[in-house]
Design a protein. Structure first.
Length: 123
């Protein structure tokens, strides 16, 4: 497994949004989706506001692979379901980074959204 470099983590963590493209069955990439992401130590997470039934989340289930771009970094990644034991830390990271979006940040803190937390692992 490949890890994020410190420079990549700094740039991605500082970016407001990430562009996420998941792979189709034939290996081509779906259209990018702009979303929020957070860093927790040396890990990067995203969540689906619409839960596991959200269209982009379902797209990650095809091959569990894709590409992300943020902060001038573009990286091929694997999508891994986050361990539920990380949800509270990820919640805190979302509140710290996006809490100034009063009310909107709550959409990524629901049980539905928490259950659709993915870790982005470079490959």
């Amino acid at each position: 497994m490949t890890a994020w470099t410190d420079a990549e983590l700094d740039r991605i963590g500082a970016a407001e949004e990430i562009e996420l493209e998941s792979e189709r069955g034939d290996g081509s990439l779906r259209a990018p989706v702009t979303m929020w992401m957070v860093r927790d130590g040396d890990l990067v997470y995203v969540r689906s506001v619409k839960g596991r039934e959200g269209p982009w989340f379902r797209g990650t289930r095809t091959r569990y692979r894709g590409r992300v771009s943020a902060g001038g970094i573009t990286k091929d990644v694997t999508f891994q379901d986050a361990d539920p034991s990380t949800y509270e830390r990820v919640d805190a990271a979302y509140r710290a980074k996006y809490g100034h979006y009063t009310g909107i940040v709550d959409t990524v803190l629901t049980p539905l959204s928490r259950a659709a937390t993915l870790r982005l692992v470079p490959r």
